[in-house]
Ligand binder design. Structure first.
Ligand code: SF4
Ligand code: SF4
Length: 459
């Protein structure tokens, strides 16, 4: 199982050449290169400085006073996706994740990126973690996203005129569902049947806007499994978007506000009921990865432990009633899957789930509970798809190359459907699968559980 990542242990002290970096973490690296084949940036850039080994070498040189963190060195850390596949791959146990977590805040120094890069990042961090601002921006785009106008614009190559970053954003823009523009989910959803558990649900800032069906499915599946759900009505972003880019002050502010929204919703006389929660769940693995680190990041956390929704459902088990109700799912031609022709699923491991939280079997095990499904493995299941938080918006060329490789891998697996438990990955996969000869639909595992166990006759 992959290690769960944490911020560096401050007790280990700073590196002299780069204050704040943990001493000794880079030492076990013997430069063997076993991590190179799993490294997404090395895969598409092919240069040693854009590999984990090269970056660790650079940090050691900085420590020895032979190198300084200038714009060139910083660019080789910016090319890193933060996918942590190298941590899983390393036989010497090098915690590159700790090195990167300590390095990223230093990359935000004013002289290490161009003014254009800094402005673009400022814009992203002023927008993405704030659902209301994002809604205001997206409202006029409802007449464009997913419509013939967008298809025409793309045919004419108009997005290219916007420049690579905005073009990447346009390419990722999905059709916008009406429910994305209101917080319509109830504060308290009772369990169906005897109550087994009581949980809170984090909606995710990007997920609630770009794929609101996932949170709706999560609510339906939890409730149908005897789990009462509290959704604080004014919850914001968890801070994952900024955390993954080393913007720590903003991350602390966002995470603190999110915790406060849960405290305001649960307690005597509060809309979410007075009883304590058993867990705080999230259905986006990038968010889950950050939420699990809150004690180290901000010195506090929720009053209940954080878990990925699949991790939690796997731990507590699906209810007998839910399992009895589960139906085979339909193929795209409307025919139900059966023993002769099972529905073939290719599960995509999100890096923040697999390498960041060590969750590999849990989602697969839940998917196997659906009657007549067959799980297929992509050839490069542990390699990043290029989404990586805002990576596909700040490093669009490298991200697009990774997206194409991943889409070809999934499309070539023979699956009928791709399954992804992280909103960033889902948007990236949909965008690049659309360009393959087999543009598979991409769904969240919880949506498949909903379709199997919550619909009267399956779907
Ligand atoms: S990080 Fe680990 S796998 Fe990579 S070169 Fe160093 S010791 Fe080898
Ligand atoms: S985190 Fe991912 S992209 Fe960065 S060095 Fe490790 S494997 Fe490569």
């Amino acid at each position: 199982m992959a290690p769960q990542h944490s911020t560096p242990d401050s007790a280990s002290g700073p590196l002299p050449g780069l204050p704040g970096l943990p001493v000794g973490v880079a030492d076990p690296c013997v430069h063997c290169g076993f991590c190179l084949t799993s490294c997404a940036s090395y895969r598409v850039m092919g240069t040693e400085m854009d590999s984990p080994r090269g970056r660790i070498h650079a940090l050691k040189a900085i420590e020895a006073g032979q190198l300084s963190l200038d714009a060139t060195v910083a660019s080789h850390f910016d090319s890193c996706l933060g996918c942590f596949a190298c941590v899983t791959a390393c036989p010497s146990g090098v915690r590159y994740d700790q090195l990167l977590a300590a390095t990223r805040p230093k990359l935000n120094a004013p002289d290490l990126r161009s003014p254009a890069q800094r402005s673009w990042r400022r814009l992203l961090f002023a927008l993405l973690p704030y659902p209301e601002r994002l809604r205001a921006l997206l409202t006029p785009l409802r007449a464009y996203a997913g419509t013939p106008l967008q298809a025409l614009s793309r045919r004419l190559g108009l997005p290219r005129l916007l420049g690579p970053q905005l073009e990447a954003m346009e390419q990722l823009l999905p059709p916008l569902a009406p429910e994305a523009f209101s917080d319509a989910l109830p504060v308290l959803t009772p369990a169906i049947g005897p109550r087994r558990h009581r949980v809170g649900l984090v909606l995710g800032c990007v997920q609630r806007l770009f794929d609101p069906a996932v949170n709706r499915a999560a609510l339906a599946v939890l409730s149908a499994n005897g789990i009462e759900v509290v959704i604080p009505p004014d919850q914001g972003c968890c801070g994952a978007v900024t955390h993954h880019q080393g913007e720590l002050d903003q991350t602390r502010a966002l995470a603190t506000a999110l915790i406060a929204s849960f405290d305001a919703a649960v307690g005597p006389g509060r809309p979410g009921g007075s009883e304590p929660l058993d867990a705080v769940l999230v259905a986006a693995s990038g968010c889950g990865h950050t939420l699990k680190q809150l004690p180290e990041l901000i010195g506090t956390s929720f009053r209940a432990p954080v878990a990925d929704i699949q991790e939690f459902l796997h731990r507590v088990g699906l209810s007998e009633a839910f399992q009895a109700a589960m139906q085979p799912l339909n193929h795209s031609d409307g025919q139900p899957a059966g023993p002769e022709r099972p529905l073939r699923l290719a599960y995509h491991d999100a890096c923040h789930m697999l390498h960041g939280q060590g969750l590999q079997d849990e989602p697969r095990s839940l998917l196997r509970r659906i009657p007549h499904v067959q799980l297929l493995e992509a050839r490069e299941a542990g390699v990043c798809c290029g989404s990586a938080g805002v990576y596909n918006l700040v490093q669009p060329e490298e991200a697009a190359e990774l997206g194409r490789l991943k889409a070809a891998d999934l499309a070539g697996s023979g699956a009928d459907l791709a399954v992804s438990a992280n909103i960033g990955c889902s948007l990236q996969l949909r965008r690049h699968l659309a360009d393959t000869p087999r543009p598979l639909p991409v769904l969240h595992p919880i949506q498949l559980l909903e379709r199997s166990g919550c619909a009267p006759n399956g779907d």
